[in-house]
Write a protein that binds this ligand. Structure first.
Ligand code: 5GP
Ligand code: ZN
Length: 115
């Protein structure tokens, strides 16, 4: 999608600190990290949000959750202490970029409930 910032990161039109890439997914450091580790994982395909997925997206989304996020958590050494994975959806969910993304946040203690 031409006006989507994460599509532009996927196509390398704008720079990002990329930490993982495969055929269907890309992970890069958040521009405004909220913790010592703050990585965003996106499907390369433009999917607006979790409620805009189709059955054909299932494989990619489960791949991100089952393979990519645990692998990144190991790489950033946050498995033992724990970490948080967040998907914000829509306005009240706090979604500011309309391209589905998973936040991987770690390296400090988290609070609950979130703000
Ligand atoms: P949301 O609020 O939609 O769940 O999260 C969007 C995230 O994307 C925010 O944490 C924000 O800091 C990050 N972000 C927005 N624009 C950019 C960008 O151009 N590059 C990177 N690396 N992160 C971005
Ligand atoms: Zn996009």
């Amino acid at each position: 999608m031409s006006d989507c910032v994460f599509c532009k990161i996927v196509s390398k039109e704008i720079p990002a600190s990329i930490v993982y890439e495969d055929d269907v997914a890309l992970a890069f450091k958040d521009l405004e990290p909220q913790a010592p580790v703050h990585v965003l994982i996106v499907p390369k395909k433009h999917i607006k949000s979790l409620t805009d997925t189709t059955p054909e997206d299932k494989e990619t989304i489960s791949h991100i959750m089952v393979d990519v996020i645990p692998e990144l958590a190991k790489e950033f050494k946050i498995v033992d202490n724990g970490f948080r994975t967040v998907i914000n959806t829509g306005v009240e969910g706090g979604q500011t970029v309309a391209h589905l993304h998973f936040h991987l946040i770690g390296g400090r203690s988290m609070q609950w409930p979130p703000g």
